[in-house]
Design a protein around this ligand. Structure first.
Ligand SMILES: Cc1cc2nc3c(=O)[nH]c(=O)nc-3n(C[C@H](O)[C@H](O)[C@H](O)COP(=O)(O)OP(=O)(O)OC[C@H]3O[C@@H](n4cnc5c(N)ncnc54)[C@H](O)[C@@H]3O)c2cc1C
Length: 389
């Protein structure tokens, strides 16, 4: 077992960290305050090659494995300290590019992937509906097949990047009675007749990632827009995308947590009370130690989940384990950080307040903690019963 990064992974991490420190971090507070999408920044991240890291070079990506993709996204989070931007990039990459790469036809891959990898087009993944969140397979958006095309009708909500997206992967059912097996997925482009972007939703945090609604009103999509085969939209396309999401997307969160740790060490070493640095108090030290151990454990679980994706082994189970632990850790780490900063942590003059708000949603997006506990326990019991048989 080798925990060391390779030379090329180290170089990638260094390059992305220094880019993120120079280009992303300085504007993070302002993007939070204004909620304005920074297209120039997105374009420069595209130029750096980060957006297409796991996608094969022939489609405009870097052809990296999942572990290396994790290294890159973690560096982006740690250097940039902007969780929202990491979410936008993660959704674009693991929820749109990856399913297109793994399930797309040659022409879909050739058409969409180079644009997505360069960042000239932005992707979104439209699964969740107002009445179908955790129970995503109960979705109501319908698909009707006609001679030359499909007709989609329905509404999606909470869709990351929707307000800016050029390309969406949208999920619709032929017949709700068929459950997950009735669901197909489609690549829908902005401007398609009957496709409409709704409100940009006002959120508690992560203002640098736009989240919105989309509507399909007799939306006509070509037969060639189907992704992954009839009835395979949920069982193959969404299921795979969600494993990648759980294993990889939260790498940015991990990076932000590590950056937070550095900020807290610095603050605790400077702030004085009772004539001493607060870092000298044992109870502050205890918090620092807990934060560090939690982050380290989350990193190990996350890298292991990414490694499982590369090996094609038990990725579903370990992606849930790592998502659950990393996001719940994020809340605990930020709570400790806030306490160490004292009242200043609650003020907008310091970044802890913003990062806390950004982290608050992480145990919900990408499947709630309860759903991941269910997935983990279900697998454990299934394995146990299989072993007992
Ligand atoms: C900022 C943000 C970005 C998002 N981006 C996207 C995106 O890009 N694409 C997309 O498709 N979706 C996206 N989502 C949707 C996200 O995946 C859902 O919010 C999430 O899956 C939970 O669904 P819900 O919000 O409808 O909550 P609900 O499913 O209504 O859950 C409410 C509560 O009930 C609990 N619960 C539900 N079912 C069970 C059960 N069986 N057992 C125990 N407890 C249960 C949940 O754990 C939760 O505590 C995003 C959400 C947010 C907030």
């Amino acid at each position: 077992m080798d925990f060391a990064l390779s030379d090329s992974q180290r170089t990638l991490r260094k390059t992305i960290m220094s880019f993120a420190r120079e280009q992303i971090a300085p504007g993070a507070s302002e993007r939070d305050a204004t909620g304005v999408w920074d297209q120039e920044l997105w374009d420069s991240i595209g130029k750096l090659g980060v957006l297409g890291i796991p996608i094969p070079e022939k489609y405009g990506g870097l052809g990296a494995d999942a572990v290396t993709t994790m290294v890159a996204l973690e560096a982006l989070g740690e250097g940039g300290m902007d969780t929202g931007l990491c979410v936008s990039i993660g959704a674009h990459m693991v929820l749109v590019e990856v399913p297109l790469w793994l399930f797309g036809t040659d022409s879909q891959k050739q058409h969409y992937l180079p644009r997505l990898c360069s960042g000239s087009q932005i992707g979104a993944f439209a699964l969740t509906e107002p009445e179908a969140g955790s129970d995503a397979a109960s979705l109501r958006t319908s698909m009707r097949q006609e001679a030359e095309h499909f007709v989609l009708n329905g509404a999606k909500t909470f869709i990351t990047n929707a307000p800016r997206a050029d390309v969406l992967i949208a999920f619709a059912t032929r017949d709700r009675k068929l459950g997950a097996e009735g669901i197909s997925s489609f690549v829908v482009e902005k401007g398609t007749p009957g496709f409409r972007v709704g409100r940009t939703l006002a959120k508690m945090g992560n203002h640098s990632t736009p989240t919105g609604e989309v509507f399909f009103d007799d939306c006509i999509v070509a037969k060639t827009a189907m992704l992954g085969g009839d009835g395979r939209g949920f069982t193959d396309v969404a299921a795979t995308a969600m494993v990648w999401e759980r294993a990889i997307l939260f790498a940015g969160v991990l990076g932000v947590l590590q950056g937070t740790m550095q900020m807290v060490l610095e603050y605790a070493s400077q702030r004085r009370q009772f004539n001493r640095r607060i870092a000298d108090f044992q109870m502050v030290k205890s918090k620092l130690a807990d934060m560090s151990v939690q982050i380290h454990a989350a990193r190990l679980l996350s890298y292991h989940a990414a490694w499982c994706l590369d090996q094609g082994a038990m990725a579903n189970f370990y992606a849930s384990v790592s998502k659950l632990f990393t996001t719940e850790t994020a809340i605990g780490v930020l709570q400790n950080a806030m306490e160490i900063y004292g009242g200043y942590g609650y003020m907008k003059d310091y970044p802890i307040e913003r990062i806390y708000r950004e982290m608050a949603i992480t145990p919900v997006g990408g499947g709630t903690s309860s759903i991941h506990r269910l997935i983990i326990a279900h697998q454990l019991l299934e394995d146990f019963r299989a072993g007992a048989d």
